[in-house]
Design a protein around this ligand. Structure first.
Ligand SMILES: [Zn+2]
Length: 254
């Protein structure tokens, strides 16, 4: 696996922050490193998200900003500091060791196949978890209730996701490899989706921690709505009306 994949897979923003001396407080917040931040407003988890300026990213983006490095230098720094080994694409094979380099190439190819497979399995497992989460959250509570669009999506997708996982785990080698190739684009899409989902969950938790309360009148409702939307601004995520409604319900139950 290449440098970026290895680093992003193995290092969370939280771990990087701690190693570089920025200790998160009890709410997992540190002072934002992207804007002048007097009270800690940057949440650090697998990714970071700043409630002040809305910036978000992973451990590589974080380290690049912290030390003023380019993305590649930041990834190399993280790999060194966390003792992560990776396959360097720029390494030249010495002349006269052709046999060795053929063998190395074969090993790298095999390793790459395994890594692609792992990445695919991981993405589909995440995808499945997200659906199971949705199932708890969005399943209709009584027969009369209208079905939520996410519930419909999960009904449609979940059994197919489980079928893919089945083949990836127990299928013949050829079928597995073939499926991994076929799902390459989809895996990227799932990774983006579950990253977004992690972000949304973080924002939800944050809103609940701030004792989000049921608005008393229209004005209060409007101001709370814009507050939630401010949290989401900059992260590239959009909250649907349904989610805002759910926010209120959750606030009431909390
Ligand atoms: Zn910020």
């Amino acid at each position: 696996m290449g440098l970026f994949e290895e680093v992003k897979k193995n290092v969370t923003v939280r771990q990087a922050a701690e190693l570089y001396g920025l200790k998160p407080n009890r709410s997992e917040l540190i002072r934002c490193i992207f804007h002048k931040d007097n009270t800690p407003s940057m949440k650090v988890d697998r990714r970071y998200y700043c409630f002040g300026c809305g910036c978000t990213g992973d451990a590589v983006d974080f380290t690049a900003q912290l030390f003023g490095l380019g993305a590649r230098e930041a990834a190399v720094k993280l790999a060194d500091d966390f003792g992560i080994s990776y396959i360097s694409k720029s390494r030249d094979s010495p002349i006269g060791k052709k046999k060795d380099s053929i063998k190395t190439a074969e090993i790298i190819r095999t390793k790459k196949r395994d890594d692609d497979w792992i990445r695919c399995v991981r993405a589909y497992l995440d995808y499945r978890l997200m659906f199971l989460d949705w199932k708890k959250q969005y399943a209709p509570k009584n027969p009369k209730e209208e079905w939520n669009e996410r519930f419909v999506e999960l009904l449609r997708e979940l059994s197919y996701v489980e079928y893919v996982l089945d083949i990836l785990s127990f299928g013949e080698k050829w079928d597995r490899d073939h499926l991994v190739q076929e799902k390459r684009k989809k895996v990227e899409e799932i990774e983006r989706k579950s990253d977004d989902y992690v972000c949304i969950k973080m924002i939800w938790k944050e809103a609940l921690d701030h004792q989000y309360v049921e608005p008393k009148d229209m004005n209060q409702m409007k101001s709370q709505r814009s507050w939630i939307q401010k949290l989401l601004a900059g992260s590239g995520l959009a909250l649907t009306d349904f989610e805002i409604m759910e926010f209120r319900k959750a606030g009431r139950d909390a």
